[in-house]
Design a protein around this ligand. Structure first.
Ligand code: FAD
Ligand code: DHB
Length: 386
């Protein structure tokens, strides 16, 4: 089999890249290790920046999102029970949208015309340092070979693409946090109209949502904690202990429909291009989820990669693909800084001691008192226009 652009991974990055290239008349094949239902069963991000909403429109998959997505004009922060609302519309004239990553993925899957091969196993990338890269893989019990002009590695943090790059050609920057997020999805109305990010000495908590009847809650837990060890009752008790009293009293609890632990990590690989292999999305970088940046950043990567590849095919110009890595890394480090900062503000770091907590409190107080500080958070959270 032969295609112009081989895309590894059918997460939001791979599917969006495939869709944008399809609309530009470029042939793609997506190779995904998991089944379609497994990909759709993963519960992850929930917040879309305006830039991501615009990209969904550009990809002609925004119809359902405009019906079901919820526009949020601000968020609430809480520190040891003290609360402060940030009004994004007033501060920076921008909003965000609540629309689950699962739904983004579903919309992109439904629109895709070209080939996607699910359950593609044993993927190996070959000769991407030449002008004739190819991929070998197994599917349906048989070995296959896919020849292409370019390979785009959109296969997430644990994917094969980044690992295929010779060690000396890539540099990684990483910070692993000593905790993760335990998330619960429940078919109950959200506790508040907007998200609540709460710092408490017992640890961070987040009240999020997916729809007017479906809520998503997270609590900070030690990294080695297992979701199976958390009964629903234990989760609700711990969540409520970390929220302001009136919010805690209003949480509608119920049987969880999903419960999982996600580790927190900051990670960047440099550069993002190796001959005819490009990295995009979580394959290239990870942010801790606190700033809601990961999905949005992945979407930005593939939007610029699609433009660069379209320019290459339409004008035989390699200017776009040559600039991709440096441009993307600038944007990536901006989001890394913000996600790291917001993680530091809101989580409990026992190792930093009483001094660390006082600094966090001072940071929160500064935020509540300074419009400049609020604007800084708001412009980062809602996303910089490119
Ligand atoms: P992925 O979604 O990881 O997709 C990669 C795909 O590649 C997967 O389908 C995988 O099965 C496939 N794959 C892996 N290895 C191989 C292989 N060897 N061969 C073939 N296929 C392979 N981001 C936000 O912007 N906002 C949020 O609110 C937010 N909240 C989050 C909450 C949680 C709990 C978590 C865990 C993440 C959150 N994120 C958030 C981050 C966001 O989910 C990710 O950044 C996003 O999924 C990245 O998309 P991707 O397509 O790059 O990677
Ligand atoms: C959600 C996840 C986040 O990381 C975040 O900052 C806000 C919301 C969510 O899954 O709803």
């Amino acid at each position: 089999m032969r295609t112009q652009v081989a895309i590894v991974g059918a997460g939001p990055a791979g599917l969006m890249l495939g869709r944008l290239l399809e609309l530009a008349g470029i042939d793609t094949v997506v190779l995904e290790r998991r089944s379609e239902s497994h990909v759709l069963g993963r519960i992850r991000a929930g917040i879309l920046e305006q830039g991501t909403v615009d990209l969904m429109d550009r990809a002609q998959v925004g119809e359902r999102l405009h019906v079901e997505g919820l526009i949020h004009h601000g968020v609430e922060l809480s520190f040891d029970g003290d609360r402060h609302r940030l009004d994004f519309s007033r501060l920076v004239g921008r909003e965000v949208m609540v629309y689950g990553q699962t739904e983004v993925t579903r919309d992109l899957m439904a629109a895709r015309q070209a080939t996607t091969i699910y359950r593609a196993e044993g993927i190996v990338l070959h000769d991407f340092d030449t002008s004739h890269p190819w991929i070998s893989y197994q599917a349906g019990g048989e070995s296959h070979r896919l020849a292409c002009d370019f390979i785009c590695g959109c296969d997430g943090y644990h994917g094969v693409s980044r690992q295929s790059v010779p060690t000396g050609a890539i540099t990684s920057f990483e910070r692993v946090y000593p905790f993760g997020w335990l998330g619960v999805l429940v078919d109950k109305p959200p506790v508040a109209p907007e998200l609540i990010y709460a710092h408490h000495e017992r640890g961070f908590a987040l009240c999020s949502q997916r729809s007017p009847v479906r809520s998503r809650y997270y609590i900070q837990v030690p990294t080695d904690e297992r979701a199976e060890d958390w009964s629903d009752d234990r989760f609700w008790d711990e969540l409520r202990a970390r929220l302001p009293a009136d919010v805690a009293a209003a949480v509608e609890t119920g049987a969880s429909i999903e419960k999982s632990v996600a580790p927190l990590r900051s990670f960047v690989a440099e550069p993002l291009r190796f001959g005819r292999l490009f990295l995009a999305g979580d394959a290239a970088h990870i942010v801790p989820p606190t700033g809601a940046k990961g999905l949005n950043l992945a979407m930005r990567d593939v939007a610029s990669l699609a433009d660069a590849l379209a320019e290459y095919y339409a004008e035989t110009s390699s200017a776009g693909i040559d600039a991709y890595s440096a441009h993307a890394l600038h944007r990536i480090w901006r989001a890394e800084r913000f996600s790291w900062w917001m993680t530091n503000l809101l989580h409990s770091f026992p190792e930093t001691g009483p001094f660390g907590r006082r600094i966090q409190r001072a940071e929160f107080d500064y935020l509540t008192q300074s419009t400049a500080a609020q604007m800084s958070l708001a412009e980062n959270y809602t996303g910089f226009p490119d």
